[in-house]
Design a protein around this ligand. Structure first.
Ligand code: S3P
Length: 424
C-alpha cells in the first residue's frame, strides 16, 4: 500500500489516537494468564496486538468481543501447550514477553515471526531465562524461530546491560511461573513500567528499592479490568505534525502520559514547541491527559542519556521535528534503534539525506542540521514508525511518498485517515 502527503493544510480540531500498544499487549497477556475474567476497553486494534491475542488463545486464554471492548478469561496461572507454532508477526513485544511467559510454564512451544522479527536479537531474553532453568533452541545468536521448553525455574538476580521493558517483563513473567527464588532486576536506566503497574493492580508483589525490582517466584495474577489510554507513541506523530505545519492548532485527547514514556514532551518542549497538558486524569493506574499543540518555530536540541528509554520509539518523529528546526540537533546513546523493526538510525539518516537534509550518522545516533526539507520518495524499509515519521514531514514541506507503507497497520492502522481528517 502506497501512502503520500502534500504540504499546506494545517492540523486543527480534536482527535483521539488509538490505544497504547504496550498496555494492550500486557492487558491480554496478564489477564490471559490470570485467575478470573477481565474487561479490556480501548484495546489497540492493530496487527501486533492481534498477534498477541492469537498467541494467548493458543495458550489457553479465552478472548471474546464485548461490544467495543474485550472479555479476557485467564487460564488460572497454567497455560496449555499450543498445538501449533505461535506466530508473533512483526511484534518484538509479543515474542519477547511470550518467551518469558512460556519459560515459566510446563509447556513446549515454538515462536516465529515475519522476516523483520526473525532478524532481531532474542538472546537478550533467552540468555537470562536459561540461567533460570528454561531450555531454548534458536537460530544463530538467539534469532527466531525459538523453541522453548519451560518449567521448574528458579528466579535469580539479573543485571540487564540495556534498559529494556521487554527484557524486564519477560523475566517478571517467567518469575511468576517459577518454583522458587526471587527476581532481583537491575537496568542502567528505568524502562517503561506498564508491567509493574498492571501486575501490582492484579495483586502481584513487585517491590522496588533504589531502582531495583524484587519479585518473589510463584504468583498468579487476579484478572483486572483495564481501560487502555491513547498511545503517546502514536500521538507523537501528530504533536510533531502540528508543531511543524504552519497554522496548526490541534488537541490530541486521552494520551497516556506515563513518566517512563513522556520523554517526547520534554524534548519537544526544549525545542520550543507549544504543547499544553489539559484535563489530567487517571486510566487504570496510568496518567492520561489531552495535549493541545500549536504550530511554532522549533530550535535544535541535544537528546541523549537517561531520556532515551523514555522516548526510544519517538526518535524517528523527533528527527523529523529536528529537520524543521533552526540549528543543529544531536541524538546520542540511541544504539538500540539499530535493532528495532529495522535499523532506525540508518533508515532515518538515509531518508532525511535523500530529502536534502544536512544529516550525519553516528554509531549511536545522528546529527541533524535543520531548516531545509525537500521531500521525495522514501523507502520505509517495512518499518511503521519510519513510514509515519516521513509522511508527517511531507505535510510540512516538499511532499513525501512511501511506496510500501503497509506496515503502518502493525501499530496504527487508522493513521492516514486520522491525519487526513485533521487537516482542513
Ligand atoms: C516495548 C518496549 C520497548 C519499545 C517497544 C515496546 C514494550 O522495547 O521500543 O516498542 O512494550 O515493552 P525495548 O524493551 O526493546 O526497549
Amino acid at each position: 500500500m502506497q501512502l503520500s502527503t502534500l504540504p499546506g493544510r494545517p492540523l486543527t480540531g480534536r482527535i483521539r489516537v488509538p490505544g497504547d500498544k504496550s498496555v494492550s499487549h500486557r492487558a491480554l497477556m496478564f489477564n490471559g494468564l490470570a485467575r478470573g475474567t477481565a474487561r479490556v476497553e480501548g484495546l489497540l486494534d492493530a496487527l501486533d496486538v492481534r498477534a498477541t491475542m492469537r498467541c494467548m488463545r493458543q495458550l489457553g486464554a479465552t478472548i471474546e468481543p464485548d461490544g467495543d471492548a474485550w472479555l479476557v478469561t485467564g487460564c488460572g496461572g497454567e497455560l496449555s501447550e499450543p498445538d501449533d507454532v505461535l506466530d508473533c508477526g512483526n511484534s518484538g513485544t509479543s515474542m519477547r514477553l511470550l518467551t518469558g511467559l512460556i519459560a515459566g510454564q510446563e509447556v513446549f512451544a515454538v515462536l516465529n515471526g515475519d522476516e523483520h522479527l526473525r532478524k532481531r536479537p532474542m538472546a537478550r531474553v533467552t540468555r537470562p531465562l536459561s540461567t533460570m532453568g528454561a531450555r531454548f533452541w534458536t537460530r544463530m545468536e538467539g534469532r527466531a524461530p525459538i523453541a522453548v521448553q519451560g518449567g521448574a525455574l528458579t528466579a535469580t538476580a539479573y543485571t540487564s546491560p540495556i534498559a529494556s521493558a521487554q527484557v524486564k517483563s519477560a523475566l517478571i513473567l517467567a518469575t511468576l511461573g517459577a518454583e522458587r527464588g526471587e527476581l532481583v532486576f537491575r537496568e542502567p536506566h528505568r524502562s517503561r513500567d506498564h508491567s509493574e503497574r498492571m501486575l501490582r493492580a492484579m495483586g502481584v508483589t513487585i517491590d522496588e528499592r533504589d531502582g531495583v525490582l524484587y519479585v518473589p517466584a510463584g504468583q498468579v495474577p487476579l484478572a483486572r479490568d483495564v481501560v487502555v489510554p491513547g498511545d503517546i507513541s502514536s500521538a507523537a506523530f501528530f504533536l510533531v505534525a502540528a508543531s511543524i505545519v504552519p497554522g496548526s492548532d490541534l488537541v490530541v485527547e486521552n494520551v497516556g502520559l506515563n513518566p517512563t514514556r513522556d520523554g517526547v514532551l520534554e524534548v519537544l518542549g526544549a525545542m520550543g514547541a507549544d504543547i499544553t497538558v489539559e484535563n489530567p486524569r487517571d486510566a487504570s493506574g496510568e496518567p492520561v491527559a489531552d495535549l493541545h499543540v500549536r504550530h511554532v518555530g522549533l530550535r535544535g536540541t541535544t537528546i541523549g542519556g537517561a531520556v532515551i528509554p523514555r522516548l526510544i520509539d519517538e526518535v524517528p518523529a523527533l528527527a523529523v521535528a529536528a529537520a524543521f528546526a533552526q540549528g543543529v540537533t544531536t541524538i546520542t546513546d540511541a544504539a538500540e534503534l539499530r535493532v528495532k523493526e529495522t535499523d532506525r538510525i540508518s533508515a532515518v539518516v538515509d531518508g532525511l539525506a535523500s530529502c536534502g537534509v544536512d544529516v550525519a550518522e553516528q554509531p549511536d545516533g545522528m546529527t541533524i542540521g535543520g531548516g531545509h526539507f525537500a521531500g521525495g520518495r522514501i523507502d520505509a524499509r517495512g518499518d511503521h514508525r519510519i513510514a509515519m515519521s516521513f509522511l508527517v514531514a511531507g505535510c510540512a514541506a516538499g511532499g513525501v511518498t512511501i511506496p510500501d507503507a503497509s506496515n503502518v497497520a502493525t501499530s496504527f492502522p487508522t493513521f492516514a485517515s486520522l491525519l487526513e481528517g485533521a487537516r482542513v
